[in-house]
Design a protein around this ligand. Structure first.
Ligand SMILES: [Zn+2]
Length: 293
């Protein structure tokens, strides 16, 4: 609406004007998407925004017995057979989510439907794509880490480099599990993707650090071997620590067909970062900084 025909009077409301209502141009894209949406899109939309997946904080839903496996958000204890709204007998946490009633559109229903629809081969194709994209996405982090590791500051070697590297290696598969958990069929696929990304990442990082070192002088053979064998092992081991948390979160989500609770993954990612940082600190204080990764 231009400024000249702006009339705030009630007589100018669309229902009082004797002409067909005009669609707001800014809503045209949404309008088009709505028109072309098939029954499947509508069902998916309803299921992913279901009111039954909302936190259970209003008093209108009476307590009910949990009739399926349903883990406590705090400690993972199985609350099956207990009544909603009560404290977890294991840790005392009051859980604010309950299983949706059967037959209603919910994330649970969407999860099982989507997982059934994806074939095993397709699921592997998705996971492999994530692993390869993950390695490429992690490359800028490898470049930053390779430059930082050459700096003579303790903070970069034992804090920034391990944090950036561990975050970069686990992030792609973590995002995939968060956004499309139902495209994964088994926990082993997450292990595969994370290990694949870690290996490619280590190869990229080792190539860059070796390249940077060669600018000044040719590194001794034992340093090259250490970097390519020890470094690769450390990268894979640390990613395995972080990945164990992602797999556990996915398995729990998959058993119960609910959204993965990735808050619990923080602990394993932090552990991977600390493990890596401890290794670099040890090497740094040993006065062998070139041997840090
Ligand atoms: Zn608990």
């Amino acid at each position: 609406m231009s400024k000249s025909d702006y009339d705030p009077s009630i007589d100018n409301e669309p229902q009082w004007r004797n002409e067909p209502a005009q669609t707001d141009p800014s809503e045209a894209a949404a309008d088009r998407a709505q028109r072309h949406a098939g029954p499947r899109d509508t069902a998916d939309d309803l299921a992913s925004h279901s009111v039954f997946d909302e936190p259970d904080i209003l008093p209108c839903r009476p307590p009910e017995t949990i009739d399926r496996d349903w883990s406590c958000a705090e400690c993972g204890y199985n609350l099956r057979g207990l009544v909603t709204g009560r404290r977890c007998p294991e840790c005392g946490h009051v859980n604010i989510y309950r299983p949706p009633p059967p037959g209603v559109p919910s994330f649970s229903d969407l999860y099982r439907r989507k997982q059934e629809a994806v074939s095993s081969r397709r699921s592997w194709a998705y996971v492999l794509t994530v692993a390869v994209i993950g390695a490429f996405v992690a490359t800028p982090a490898a470049m930053i880490a390779a430059v930082w590791i050459g700096l003579p500051f303790v903070g970069t070697v034992i804090v920034f480099v391990p944090v950036v590297q561990e975050a970069a290696k686990i992030l792609p598969i973590l995002l995939f599990v968060e956004i499309k958990p139902f495209l994964i069929k088994r926990g082993n696929q997450i292990w595969f993707a994370a290990m694949f990304t870690a290996l490619l990442y280590a190869a990229g990082f080792n190539t860059m650090t070796t390249g940077f070192q060669m600018i000044t002088k040719t590194p001794p053979l034992e340093l090259l071997l250490w970097r390519w064998i020890g470094g690769t092992l450390l990268h894979v081991a640390c990613t395995a620590v972080a990945c164990s948390g992602v797999v556990a979160a996915w398995r729990r989500a998959d058993d119960e067909a609910r959204r993965p609770r990735l808050g619990n993954v923080t602990r394993s990612v932090l552990l991977a970062m600390m493990f890596h940082a401890a290794f670099n600190a040890m090497v740094f204080f040993w006065n062998a900084k070139d041997y840090a990764f």
